[in-house]
Design a protein around this ligand. Structure first.
Ligand SMILES: Nc1ncnc2c1ncn2[C@@H]1O[C@H](COP(=O)(O)OP(=O)(O)O)[C@@H](O)[C@H]1O
Ligand SMILES: [Mg+2]
Length: 296
């Protein structure tokens, strides 16, 4: 069985559109005929699940103590014993379906303490590869075509696990000087990971988001990003759209809007084009190899 394509949305900064991108790219990939699993590692506020109107379900499960196992459980030493004991129900219990055609593993409050727990694991490989191992052993057999992981906007042990498991990074960037510095720092970080740990994590896409082409500055930033990231730059960009915000607040993506505004329709187009580009890039890419780096 071919392995799923995997990617994560990541930039060491909040609010650039990581969660929005994970949700919309997921739906776009599903519209293009892929079986898609989204995984929310971005924190207990459950932003990703809120895009799909399933927040109440998750909240209720937590309130009723019906929230075990959950995404933080799969990082624990005991996970394989739990999975063996519960059988298929262990993994099935993690996954929610949505009415926009994607499956989703929601975030959980247990992610809060996970960073510190992972920090107590001495061996770096073990500390950072837990999610990767979980995906290989428990998710790959389910046969998803694509797995997208939404990461927090900061570099910690949890996001490192996401990077390790996904190997491909989609960085949504706003059009500003600070964002281009962040993207540059991200690229340097990924190079460092490769050198220190021998894990090849690629900056697969730099996706311009919240672009307002009415401003001349936006055009200048688009050009600058394209020049700085000739391989990763995505030529379609996501416009700034109040409808995206509104859709998220009403538990949907822009794909579920019956009467999308012009900007929402353009955003949908952009995500569909980006999804097609992503499939193409990742399917044609060399399998995410472990390169022979030095050990940290
Ligand atoms: N293209 C867009 N147009 C308008 N608002 C957007 C767009 N993309 C994201 N947003 C809004 O910006 C805020 C931050 O986006 P989010 O995806 O949560 O960022 P992150 O996950 O990087 O912190 C959210 O309120 C979201 O609805
Ligand atoms: Mg987010």
């Amino acid at each position: 069985m071919p392995r799923s394509i995997r990617a994560c949305t990541f930039l060491d900064k909040g609010g650039t559109g990581k969660t929005t991108t994970a949700a919309h790219l997921g739906v776009a990939l599903a519209e293009q005929g892929n079986d898609v699993l989204l995984i929310d590692l971005a924190g207990k506020q459950g932003d990703l699940v809120k895009h799909f109107g399933r927040w109440e379900t998750v909240e209720r499960q937590i309130a009723e103590d019906d929230d075990w196992p959950n995404i933080s459980t799969v990082f624990q030493d005991q996970w394989s014993a739990i999975a063996e004991k519960l059988g298929d129900a262990a993994v099935e219990g993690l996954i929610l379906d949505t009415d926009e055609g994607v499956d989703l593993i929601p975030a959980h409050p247990g992610l809060d303490s996970l960073d510190a727990e992972l920090g107590n694991i001495d061996d770096a490989h073990d500390r950072y590869s837990r999610l990767d191992t979980f995906l290989d052993e428990y998710i790959e057999p389910l046969g998803y075509d694509a797995i997208l992981i939404d990461l927090p906007g900061l570099t910690n042990n949890v996001s490192y696990n996401g990077l390790w498991a996904a190997r491909n990074v989609i960085a949504p960037v706003e059009m500003g000087p600070f964002e281009s510095e962040q993207a540059e720092a991200l690229r340097a970080d990924l190079d460092k990971i490769g050198a220190n740990f021998g894990v090849d994590v690629r900056l697969a896409m730099v996706l311009p988001n919240k672009v307002d082409t009415r401003t001349k500055l936006a055009e200048e930033y688009l050009d600058a990003f394209e020049e700085a990231y000739p391989d990763a730059f995505v030529s379609s960009h996501v416009p700034v759209s109040q409808d995206i915000r509104n859709a998220a607040e009403s538990g949907r993506t822009a794909f579920a809007l019956e009467e999308p505004s012009t900007t929402a329709a353009r955003a949908r187009e952009a995500f569909l084009e980006t999804a097609a580009t992503l499939s193409e890039r990742l399917e044609n890419a060399e399998p995410a190899a472990t390169t022979g780096g030095e050990t940290a």
